[in-house]
Design a protein around this ligand. Structure first.
Ligand code: NAD
Length: 289
């Protein structure tokens, strides 16, 4: 396939490289990044001319809307615009409508798996949009990832992503505050892990991403809390969950609390640039008041 790849940052570059390695013709565009091994065009519009599938991997919904406004008129009829960024549900739906009005297919296909998953081709894609567009892009999802779930109509992929990450933020905080409480109760961290990881308090954050150094799964905690998944990205996704909850009139008290805590951690404390599991050293330092 002829593929255009717009946004060649930490995630986009390795995803594009996996498509090239599988034999696809990829033309990239990024105003800043010039990653090795990827042919780039002078503009996004130039990159998408003649492409069967245009993949975007961008920082946020505002940038996605701007890029979509530029590339949609330049895409060939019947081509598919597939956005893999994590953005707000409204932007995903607005871009899908514009693409459909121009006779194009459109998918929102955010990913889980981080830079490691992007590099190793083991991402999970959660996808919203028409069945035919999903079928067209499925072979590419299979190269860049290990699983692609078609979640429903436009916006369903972003909805799945922010619900998942709201659970992630809430459970990371719960796991970290429980470790900090266990410390103050004099409970050995390894014993705490041995019990909880096989009891009803187990979770992905406890079992697969253990936030305590030297205990449980190897994770950013074992590397000085260097990301991994940065606290500010967790905050971005939690804010998207609260934006969506506001628009849908959904009551999400734990999601709101997690958003407020990560905002405090990133914007008023020392959380910026740390992994999102660095909530544990944060709680360690604190008392009740
Ligand atoms: P990044 O900042 O490394 O890359 C984004 C790239 O977009 C940058 O290279 C930037 O120059 C480029 N860009 C900005 N404006 C552009 C424009 N107008 N046209 C073309 N390119 C433009 O970010 P990332 O880590 O690659 O993340 C990309 C998306 O993936 C985000 O939405 C993020 O939330 C999501 N995501 C990231 C991770 C992760 O672990 N990094 C995991 C899952 C999802």
């Amino acid at each position: 396939m002829n593929i255009a790849f717009i946004g060649l940052g930490n995630m986009g570059a390795p995803m594009a490289r996996n498509l090239i390695a599988a034999g696809h013709a990829v033309t990239g565009f990024d105003p800043v990044a010039r990653p090795e091994g990827i042919v780039t065009a002078a503009s996004a519009a130039e990159a998408v001319a003649g492409a069967d599938v245009v993949i975007t991997m961008l920082p946020n919904g505002a940038i996605l809307r701007a890029v979509a406004a530029e590339v949609i008129p330049a895409m060939k009829p019947g081509a598919v615009l597939c956005d893999c960024s994590t953005v707000d549900v409204e932007s995903a739906r607005a871009v899908a409508e514009q693409a459909a009005a121009a006779g194009l297919g459109a998918l929102d296909a955010p990913v889980s798996g981080g830079v490691g998953g992007a590099t190793n081709g083991t991402l999970t894609f959660m996808v919203g949009g028409p069945e035919e567009a999903f079928a067209t892009v499925k072979p590419l999802f299979d190269i860049m990832g290990q699983k692609a779930v078609h979640c429903g109509a436009a916006g369903a992929g972003q909805s799945a992503k922010i619900c998942n990450n709201m659970i992630l933020g809430v459970t990371m905080i719960a796991t970290c505050e429980a470790f900090a409480l266990a410390d103050k109760l004099g409970l050995d961290r390894q014993k705490m892990f041995d019990v909880v990881s096989t009891s009803s308090g187990y979770s992905w954050t406890m079992n697969a991403y253990t936030p305590a150094p030297g205990v449980g799964a190897t994770s950013p905690a074992d590397n000085g809390y260097k990301p991994g998944f940065a606290a500010e990205l967790m905050l971005k996704d939690l804010r998207l969950s609260q934006q969506a909850a506001e628009a849908a009139d959904a009551d999400t008290p734990m999601g709101k609390l997690a958003t407020d805590l990560y905002a405090q951690f990133v914007e008023a404390e020392d959380g910026k640039g740390m992994d999102f599991s660095a909530m544990l050293p944060r709680f360690e330092k604190r008392g009740r008041s």
